[in-house]
Design a protein around this ligand. Structure first.
Ligand code: CA
Length: 337
């Protein structure tokens, strides 16, 4: 009898350890705002697919999508994705005065106009223009949430975040942007930063240096940031043939159509999903740096300074088994439907 009791206790303890390591939310799924430069790379699309799945599983509550790359065609991609995956009611914000014509690696910005064999649009739409400015959508969504509860996942430019931080009180909240972030945001997950032995830049920050400087100057130092520097995703590749094979159950799929219609042999790695996984599944899945602060040089290089009271940490690259596990998580959303 005693042995049975001991066995049960051991099982419960092991279960408890497993839960805390993976940090699967039990009762309060984390609220997430997804901030993305849709229209150029496909890792943004996979990251968005993952958020839909997490939302459907009750592991997060996706509040909305902020598109930080200029152009209604980029916002239309968000709408096509939302509608296709059954989340057409999600609000979409779009940057209005962002970065002037940033480079496009894989150009799927005209996704909303793609037609099938019959000549009619392949994908339905729900949320048509005009869209609110990205920073305005941030203010509306944040103001409605409990304090210290929202995770922001920023996998594009920090244009809308910089504009949010510069914003003043409005109809949604009397708080300034800085104070609204301080009150509502639990953690920011950023795809970006470079924290090697020598100073380095990353694309998402260096392409809009003024926005990046504003972001680093104004982000509250008591609100956590977890960076996912490029070197973590650099070694996780989801090759085009595998993407197409994973979505073998249909051709009418926005991500598969990107891979059928566009040149996707651009060295696309799985950077953006890592910030989503961290925000929803928790930091226990990752090896993280110690705490510290991050500042930006005039050349948009990120500088990490260790400090136990610092609000910043960054993900560290994993070994081959960890990389395979992460890729498998990403592939799951395409294999299952
Ligand atoms: Ca991106």
């Amino acid at each position: 009898m005693k042995k049975t009791l001991l066995f049960v206790c051991l099982c419960m303890a092991l279960l408890s350890c497993t839960k805390s390591r993976t940090n699967v939310p039990a009762t309060m799924p984390v609220a997430v705002i997804y901030d993305t430069d849709l229209g150029s790379s496909t890792d943004d699309l996979f990251a968005l697919e993952m958020l839909y799945r997490y939302h459907e599983e009750g592991r997060c509550r996706l509040l909305g999508v902020v598109v930080d790359r200029e152009g209604e065609d980029c916002a239309a991609v968000a709408d096509v994705m939302n509608t296709y995956f059954g989340h057409g009611d999600l609000p979409i914000g779009l940057v209005q005065e962002g970065i002037d014509t940033p480079y496009v690696w894989i150009d799927y910005r005209n996704m909303a106009s793609w037609c099938g064999d019959g000549g009619s649009p392949m994908f339905d739409r729900t949320n048509m223009p005009p869209y609110p400015d990205g920073w305005q959508l941030y203010r509306r969504l944040l103001a409605a949430e409990p304090d210290h509860s929202v995770a922001i996942v920023s996998v594009g430019f920090v244009t809308c975040l910089a504009q949010l931080l510069e914003s003043k009180g409005d109809e949604y909240s009397p708080l300034s942007g800085v104070e609204l972030v301080r009150q509502k945001v639990k953690c920011l997950y950023v795809q970006g930063g470079s924290f090697g032995d020598t100073l380095g830049t990353c694309y998402n920050l260096v392409v809009g240096p003024d926005f990046a400087q504003t972001f680093f100057r104004l982000w509250p130092t008591d609100v956590d940031i977890v960076f996912s520097p490029g070197e973590v995703g650099d070694i996780i590749e989801y090759v085009p043939d595998t993407v197409i094979a994973d979505i073998d159950w249909t051709d009418i799929h926005p991500v598969k159509q990107v891979y059928l219609r566009c040149n996707t042999h651009t060295g696309q790695m799985m950077w953006d999903p890592l910030s989503v996984i961290g925000a929803v599944e928790g930091d226990g899945l990752f090896s993280l740096s110690e705490r510290g602060t991050v500042s930006l040089t005039p050349g948009a290089e990120t500088v990490f300074t260790p400090s136990s009271a610092g609000n910043c940490r960054y993900q560290l690259p994993g070994d081959s088994a960890w990389n395979a596990m992460m890729l498998d998580k990403i592939r799951t959303v395409n294999r299952m439907h």
